[in-house]
Design a protein around this ligand. Sequence first.
Ligand code: NAD
Length: 442
Amino acid sequence: MKKKTVHKKVFAAVSKKAAVQPLRIPVPSETPISAYDVVLHNFDIAAAKLQLSDELKQLIKTPDRELRVELPIIMDNGKLNTLIGYRVQHNNARGPNKGGIRYHPDVDLDEVRALSSLMTWKTAIVDIPFVGAKGGIAVDPRQLSTGELERLTRVFTQKIDCIIGPSEDIPAPDVNTNAQVMSWMMDQYSRRHGHSPAVVTGKPVELGGSAGREEATGRGVCIALREASKALKFDIKKTAIAVQGFGNVGAHTARILEEEIGAKVVAVSDVKGGVYNPRGIRFKDAMEHAAGTGSVVGLKGAAKISNAELLELKCDVLIPAALGGQLHGRNADRVKAKLIVEAANGPTTYEADEVFAAKKVAVVPDIYANAGGVTVSYFEWAQNLQQFRWDYARVVAELEKVMTKSFAEIVKCTERYNVTMRIGAYILALDRVAKATKLRGI
Ligand code: NAD
């Protein structure tokens, strides 16, 4: 069957399902749905479709190891401050653990568990030899000086030293962490174990980072959007795109959309709020304004909007690229975009998914859409182990191959099981993890 026909059929499967059901907007649950609830919900649907045995399901579903650590640091004012950090390793079937480190006040065990689980499915979808992990510290890094941030990162690395390592568990940047934080982690780990660049990815190029790693998640999101646009048969250049979050992922996504694809980004936002211009927001202007003022808010020629308003804007494509849980039962029916590409991890609850299926809104799920980052992290790790460098063109070409192939594989699964693209992606991933688990033996 020709590729285009397959693509057409898969989205039709979602639409057909929607057409036979009356538009049913579920009543939002009274209690908030946690990030972990959402992952487990999607896992259960995929496991049922695969008819996984209860024993295997139980083994694969929940984290393999969870570490909670106390992090005492001396603040610049001489006072002692004790923070809490976590590292959760979700699985051990397909390779070492892999996943980011998040610094955010909302970090808790439930969120880290959810994010570690997403990493298991993500690494399986792009078929790289890792399983999921995630870590984080409950802290607002904006309140810390650079020295405090470095001391905190070093004590965290010491405390999780017993479970990380190049063939054990390899951290990477996530929300509010970056190449500098990875440099401190690599240095701290190397003091005990000898020079170990492969212990973290997302390092600066000067310390063994990969060309193209910083932009990789955003580049992957753009490839995901391009593949979806082919399937849905629309021209990206003629769409209005809203991007929530203007950090590493959101900003690179907006840049590549404009500079390489020629698409029009009409809204961007950050933690302080958003800006909207139906004629388009130039990436360079937004970047310069954010660099000068600390936020995109106040950008000349654009109207100020809130983050909530951005999600409900009149646009064709919505790209959540900030935090999880943004699209839920209480706002999903007001979303006007026809396509959502999930750059953030866990931006959509299962209640919102039901609304989107009923409204025929296509969702390209996080476990595929933002997998470009971990894919290039894999390239970085492989380069470190081989002590050999790839150039930027090779990284981009290899990423392109992985993302395109994975999209087609998800489409196949989605069509075969007649499910949404999210569940199709979970089925593909769970099948790979289940097979590896069985082959290794318990
Ligand atoms: P980042 O810290 O670089 O940027 C986060 C952005 O979100 C910032 O613009 C920040 O101001 C904004 N933000 C924070 N709180 C917000 C709120 N309440 N409402 C709206 N905006 C808010 O982080 P990042 O690395 O760009 O990560 C963004 C998302 O992408 C996260 O969900 C992360 O897990 C996911 N992700 C990141 C990578 C990666 O390689 N960095 C890979 C895969 C997935």
